[in-house]
Design a protein around this ligand. Sequence first.
Ligand code: GDD
Ligand code: MN
Length: 361
Amino acid sequence: MIDVSLILPTRNEASNIAEAIARAKSVLADVSYEIIVVDDNSPDGTSDIARAIAADDRTVRCVQRVGRRGLASACIEGALAASGRVIAVMDADLQHDETILPKLIAPVLTGDADIAIGTRYVSGGGTEGWSDEREAQSQFATRLTRMLTKTELTDPMSGFFAIRADQFRGLIPKLSGRGFKILLDIVFAASGNLRVHEEPFVFRGRESGESKLDTPTAIQFLMMLYDRVLGHIIPARFALFGAVGSLGVIVHFAVLALVFQGLGTNFLIGQASAVFVAMTFNFFLNNLLTFHDVRLRGWALLKGWVSFSLVCGLGAIANVGVASYLFSEAGVLWTISALAGILVGVVWNYVMSSRFTWGQL
Ligand code: GDD
Ligand code: MN
């Protein structure tokens, strides 16, 4: 019988994975365990290294995912492949203090807790070698998360924990699986039904390799929080699409001012260039933010831009059509008519570009 399945998610950790496995093995010596490396087809060959270790050691396995990305979904696939009673998740870059691992596993194995979480924000825990800026960002995100989600967890952003395997797998249908905050995903899905144990640890500095946490990931995280709080009223993607659209209006006016006022062209040329630039700007920003998880690259990007332009062109016709009908035929106030036209245009653009440009819905 296997007590613990340890999941090590990896993306470009060729320089760390062997050491991470070795350290995990040394602290797990007292329990029966398996180690599952879930690698997202890292170009640096992390999967090959993990497989070479697995070939010599039956406690180690590698799940190599092709065409799928994301820390949260990697942990979920690891959990689905696991056979232990407890599932533990630890970063593979040596930043999580592996000596805490037995203290996370023990209370879950004995049944004293359903989930045990490594936390940086109680006494005895902390972060090592972080800039003041990174520290402040993390504290801010933690406070925001605690406030918005009303969680009692001291470190809801932690990615270092152990949980009863049957409970984890039972919650999987309810998980969003998006982004990198698997713990929050689990805690939300469980809606207060998990008995939690917290264990302080010091988050180490990274010695080699790079963090995968970039600005788009952070925005995705904010989207997840938003979804949690307001998502049932206006979906996060639509809100972001609308926000990008508002920026597009600013770009439109900037270009119009430059071309029409600055260069002194006729209005038609000014307006046409402004539409072209603003639409292109919106397409790329939406691709980067709103549809980050399914973003287009290479040739698909060019095709996407064409379909986005077509969708928005029709959206503009719908906008003008609705607004002028309301104004001239139905006698509605001009401001309300214009707003209604804009709303119809935005919803059209969102629904149609989700479907035809990014293949969603
Ligand atoms: N399979 C897979 N797919 N693994 C990934 C991916 C991915 O898309 N992105 C990152 N990982 C792996 C990394 O290789 C590493 O082992 C671990 O997940 C953490 O990724 P880092 O990029 O090193 O994250 P970090 O150090 O910035 O963030 C850590 O701190 C957060 C708290 O601030 C992580 O531990 C998070 O889990 C934690 O919430
Ligand atoms: Mn890291």
